[in-house]
Each structure stands twice: as structure tokens, then as C-alpha cells.
Design a protein. Structure first.
Length: 367
């Protein structure tokens, strides 16, 4: 490779990296597309909440507005920075590190992220809308087809693309997605994660060269999301590639997801922790009731499983397993919400829900 700069790989190791080429972006078209996306997302969330609580679906007042144009610097930058990659390469760890909050599930099991989760980072001079996405794969059932649609959307609306791999991965798990990325004309960073696990510098340099050959217009950056290695430098380079634009969301927002979503994700994370084999991949958590009082939040959630035998496993002998899941989830929820939580969990059998389009629509995986 013909380097134009050098990047710190390890406290005792420097490696050459290609510089990021400049891309001329149609800023007005990009801004218009994102404004339409924001309106569509806001309306979808509004209608979902209105139907849940039996309220009218025609809003009369909205206070969820961007900053007045007079308060936005003329050179303000904003954009969608979307994270894609194979399962279990550290996308969610990187997302949480970049946002500074624990928004995405982190677990050693693959396919922990099922939805597209946005995390918003605000500064006086910029707004970055990060998106964590499910790991790319060949879908085996309709649930995974829905998950891959989130990845497809993330490729379509990216202002900056972060392709996450890891030091021991030979190539992306879904070659078709890699081909689409290679054809894209947006600033792209290939992030070789888990660099702290590398023991052979020659092998690492060969890995960086291989990714530079696969995506010649991208910058290849070695990082360790877990240990925050090179992440601050990455942030500076991301901001430099954002188009000039007003913010897409109010400056005090952290994410586009409602609280109920994070409750269900925290419960699902505990299922991933306590169960093995097919159980974590056959469960969906739905918050049926959420009552927020000044001193306590009362939550009722249902764990949907695909078979009767799975229900018995999740409940456990004398209810021991579901109590364990509930206790661990309640602790995390109390830390997340900063108050006491009463969490009531139930288990429901929804036969073959992962291949049922009607149920997948209800769970938010399909339009």
C-alpha cells in the first residue's frame, strides 16, 4: 500500500494507512432525504404510541423540533454515521463507546442486535446520528430477513459508513453486502476491531492491506472499541467527513427509540446471558404496560417463545429461571432509570413467530 499518513496501532507499533479521499456530496439532496426520514420516523413512533394508549392519531402540537435556524452555526455539520459488519465483531461495543451510553446489547453470543438503534452525539458544531445494525448474514427465516432490511436501509442513507471487522476475521460474512459497500460513493472507514488481541504485527499489516485492497476508497483504521484505542482519533475523522447541515434531531436527544424499547432490550439481554442454544434466538420481549410514577416505575413485559418446551425452560423449575432473569433485569433498569422498578414478567407461546409476518410487523421487524 502507498501510505500518506501513519496510524498508531499499539503503544509500541505504528502502521501506514491510506488517507481518506474527499467526496463531493449533494448536500441539499442529502438534507432533504434525511428531513423526510425524520418526519416518517417521528410519525411512525407517534402512531404506534397513540394506538397503544387508545389516543387520537392526529397530533395538534409538537415540541420535538430542531433548534431555530438563528441558533445554528453556519458551518454546522450533521449526518448519519451507520455501523455495519458481520455478527459478533464488536459493532455494539463501538456504538456504545462512540455515544458514551449503553444503548445496544453487548453479549458474546452472535446476533444480539436485531433492530437498527440510533444514538445521537451532539456538540455545538456538529450532530452525529450513529446507527447500530444487526450483523450481516444469509437469512434463515423471516425474522432475519427483517433484520437484513435494517442493514439495507443503513447502507442507503449513510453520510459516513463504518464497516466493522475484527483482527481474526478473514472477510465479511455476507459477500453481497461487501459488494454493495464497494460500489458506494460515501466516506467509508474499515475498522479492524479487537486489535488488542493481535500478537503478530506482520499478520496485522497484511490484514490491513487486504481490506485496503477490498475497499480501496476506504480508510482502514485499527481500533479496540473495548479498550477505547483509536476511538477518539476516529471521532475527529468522522466529524471532518460530515456534510454541512442543520441538526436532524433536537440537541438534547440521545436516541430515536422510546423507553419501552430499552426495557425490552435489557430483559432480552438477560435472556441471552442465562440461556444457551436456541432459547435466546427464539425469544422476543414485548412491554405490555409501563407506568411511571415519581418514586417507582411499574413494568409488565411478556417474553414470547416459539414452542411450549421453550416456555418450560425459560420459566424453570418452580419459576427459578424467570425470577433470575427478572432480578438481573430489574437491577439494570433501576440503574438505567435512576429509580425503583417493579418488573412483572410473563412467558407466552407464539408458535413459529419468527416466520409469522403479522407478528413480525407487531414486533417492529417488518413494515
Amino acid at each position: 500500500m502507498s501510505p500518506t499518513s501513519y496510524q498508531l496501532l499499539h503503544p509500541a507499533m505504528w502502521v501506514p494507512l491510506p488517507s481518506q479521499p474527499r467526496h463531493d456530496l449533494d448536500q441539499q439532496r442529502t438534507a432533504n432525504v434525511h428531513k423526510l426520514m425524520r418526519c416518517a420516523n417521528s410519525l411512525a413512533c407517534f402512531h404506534e404510541g397513540a394506538r397503544t394508549f387508545g389516543l387520537p392519531t392526529s397530533p395538534t402540537v409538537t415540541d420535538n423540533q430542531p433548534l431555530p435556524s438563528s441558533e445554528i452555526p453556519a458551518d454546522h455539520r450533521a449526518g448519519f454515521v451507520n455501523i455495519v459488519g458481520s455478527p459478533n465483531v464488536g459493532k455494539s461495543t463501538l456504538m456504545n463507546r462512540l455515544v458514551g451510553e449503553r444503548l445496544s446489547i453487548i453479549n458474546a453470543k452472535a446476533q444480539t442486535t436485531r433492530h437498527r438503534i440510533m444514538g445521537i452525539v451532539n456538540d455545538d458544531a456538529y450532530q452525529i446520528v450513529y446507527s447500530d445494525t444487526p450483523g450481516v448474514l444469509d437469512p434463515a427465516y423471516k425474522l432475519q430477513e427483517g433484520m437484513m432490511k435494517f442493514v439495507k436501509t443503513a447502507l442507503q442513507d449513510a453520510d459516513v459508513l463504518l464497516v466493522v471487522t475484527e483482527v481474526n476475521e478473514e472477510g465479511m460474512a455476507h459477500p453481497e453486502t461487501l459488494e454493495k459497500i464497494a460500489a458506494m460513493d460515501v466516506p467509508t472507514f474499515v475498522l479492524v476491531n479487537k486489535i488488542d488481541l493481535a500478537t503478530d504485527q506482520t499478520a496485522v499489516e497484511a490484514k490491513l492491506d487486504a481490506w485496503a485492497a477490498k475497499l480501496p476508497r476506504a480508510s482502514v483504521v485499527p481500533i479496540s472499541a473495548l479498550h477505547n484505542f483509536n476511538v477518539d482519533t476516529l471521532l475527529e475523522r468522522i466529524v471532518a467527513q460530515l456534510p454541512q447541515s442543520p441538526p436532524f434531531f433536537p440537541k438534547d436527544e440521545l436516541t430515536d427509540k422510546p423507553m419501552r424499547f430499552f426495557v425490552s432490550e435489557i430483559v432480552r439481554e438477560k435472556i441471552l446471558t442465562h440461556f444457551k442454544q436456541e432459547i435466546p434466538y427464539s425469544c422476543e420481549v414485548v412491554v405490555e404496560a409501563y407506568e411511571d410514577a415519581p418514586d417507582i416505575t411499574r413494568i409488565r413485559a411478556e417474553i414470547h417463545v416459539a414452542r411450549e418446551s421453550q416456555k418450560h425452560i425459560v420459566v424453570g423449575a418452580q419459576g427459578r429461571m424467570i425470577k433470575r432473569v427478572g432480578m438481573d433485569a430489574r437491577k439494570d433498569l433501576e440503574a438505567f432509570l435512576g429509580k425503583k422498578v417493579f418488573l412483572d414478567l410473563y412467558v407466552r407461546v407464539d408458535k413459529n413467530w419468527r416466520d409469522d409476518e403479522r407478528k413480525l410487523k407487531r414486533f417492529g421487524y417488518m413494515d
